[in-house]
Design a protein around this ligand. Structure first.
Ligand code: CS2
Ligand code: MN
Length: 407
């Protein structure tokens, strides 16, 4: 398992030097400044590679840009509206440029409008640090009373609606504003931020798009890009929906094992793979992460390892981001499943036998609380997560256990 770390570029509060001290082996990054839909030029790609390869004092870091996260899919492609054909052509050109630069793994997602969505970015946990949290009642209050979306109340359980009404009646203006910011602006690394009116305009554009239509649009995109990825020796990996259920009346189609399978079967080439994100998928009680790794592992090109604590048994329920070995996912079993898959790949002589993973989000602890990085991406919280995950890997790969190399 290759230990990687997300870096948002030179503006990231966490530097290349910091990640070297965390023991990182490879870097995950993106050209966040290039507008979605535009081509990633060879010059811009080379510049980011150079930044990653260099320490603060100008000496070589020994690190390389291993994984692109994300080469974003435009809303036009997701809706099949406007310039969507041009955007697909541009996507393919960017893929060629990345392949020419020697970068093989491309993560993306197919969530309409919003990427990950949380109601709280700095929720206080018992140990004194903070984490990100999704509160289903606050989210319903936002949807019904702040966004005032048509039909919003039909999308939540009656009990949640009643609570949301009460919660909203007591909500301060400051919290209303914060909630709006947190929900509408949860776009990691993005330079765009949405106002309520932007969000309403985006929603109107989608209309009442049925899940089958969104899935068909996704498959049409994959039919264009997956064969090219295969030809160029690239691996595409779709990140799941976060949270893994419908939000704002929009369908989400990468939330379950069945969703993943449908998409991989529809365009059945190895380059059409997935990012298994245990934190995103784990927010749903019916997702069995170690089982998914064992059943879909062949096409898992990238992993995000983190944990969430569900606070209810409902599919649309509250949860918060737990410590990496806390929460509902059995991380030891999940990592065992990854090592089994790697052993199979080594036996088959596959060159992708070492699967890159990153600790994904971390809680804010110690000095993270002073040096506020990108929400979810603090230095120390992620370093702690990575160190714990590395401990499990080291133990499971120890010759005293059955999972050591080549077994
Ligand atoms: C990431 C996602 O921060 C996160 O939660 O895992 O935002 C991820 O980068 C995208 O969904 C991948 O396209
Ligand atoms: Mn993730």
């Amino acid at each position: 398992m290759r230990q990687t770390w997300r870096w948002f570029g030179p503006t990231d509060q966490v530097s290349i030097d910091d990640m070297l001290q965390a023991g990182v082996q490879g870097v995950v990054s993106a050209l966040h400044h290039v507008p979605t839909g535009d081509v990633w030029t060879p010059e811009e790609i080379a510049r980011r590679q150079q930044e990653i390869a260099t320490r603060g004092d100008g000496s070589p870091s020994g690190l390389a840009w291993d994984v692109v996260e994300s080469l974003p899919v435009s809303e036009a492609i997701k809706k099949q509206k406007g310039e969507w054909r041009q955007h697909i052509e541009n996507y393919k050109v960017s893929m060629r440029h990345l392949a020419d630069a020697g970068i093989e793994i491309i993560c993306y997602n197919f969530m309409p409008i919003l990427d990950w969505t949380r109601t709280d970015l700095a929720y206080r946990v018992a140990h004194g640090g903070t984490c990100m949290r999704f509160d289903a009642v606050d989210f319903a209050a936002f949807d019904i009373h702040i966004l005032q979306r048509d039909g919003a109340s039909d999308d939540f359980l009656d009990t949640i609606c009643a609570e949301a009404d009460r919660r909203f009646a007591e909500m301060t203006d400051a919290r209303k504003q914060e909630l709006t910011r947190n929900v509408a602006f949860g776009l990691p690394g993005s330079t765009e931020s949405l106002t309520l009116d932007d969000l309403r305009a985006h929603l109107a554009e989608y209309g009442r798009i049925p899940p089958e239509q969104l899935r068909a649009n996704f498959i049409a995109f994959l039919e264009e890009v997956a064969p090219l990825a295969e030809e160029l020796g690239l691996r595409l990996c779709c990140h799941p929906d976060d949270p893994p259920f419908s939000l704002l009346g929009l369908p989400r189609i990468m939330s379950t094992e069945a969703d993943y399978k449908a998409i991989m079967d529809a365009v059945d080439v190895p380059a059409n793979g997935i990012t298994l994100c245990s934190g995103s998928l784990g927010a749903r009680p019916d997702n069995d992460l170690p089982g998914m790794m064992r059943r879909l592992g062949d096409r898992v090109h990238f992993l995000h390892l983190r944990n969430v604590q569900r606070e209810s048994d409902q599919v649309v329920g509250s949860f918060h981001e737990a410590e990496h070995l806390g929460g509902g996912t059995d991380m030891v079993d999940l990592i065992a499943a990854v090592l089994e898959e790697e052993a199979r790949r080594r036996k088959a002589g596959r060159k992708d036998a070492s699967i890159p993973f990153r600790p994904d989000h971390g809680q804010d602890i110690l000095d993270d609380l002073k040096r506020r990085a990108q929400p979810g991406y603090p230095a120390i919280g992620r370093l702690k997560g990575l160190a714990e995950l590395r401990g499990i890997i080291t133990a499971l790969e120890h010759p005293a256990f059955g999972l050591s190399r080549g077994s």
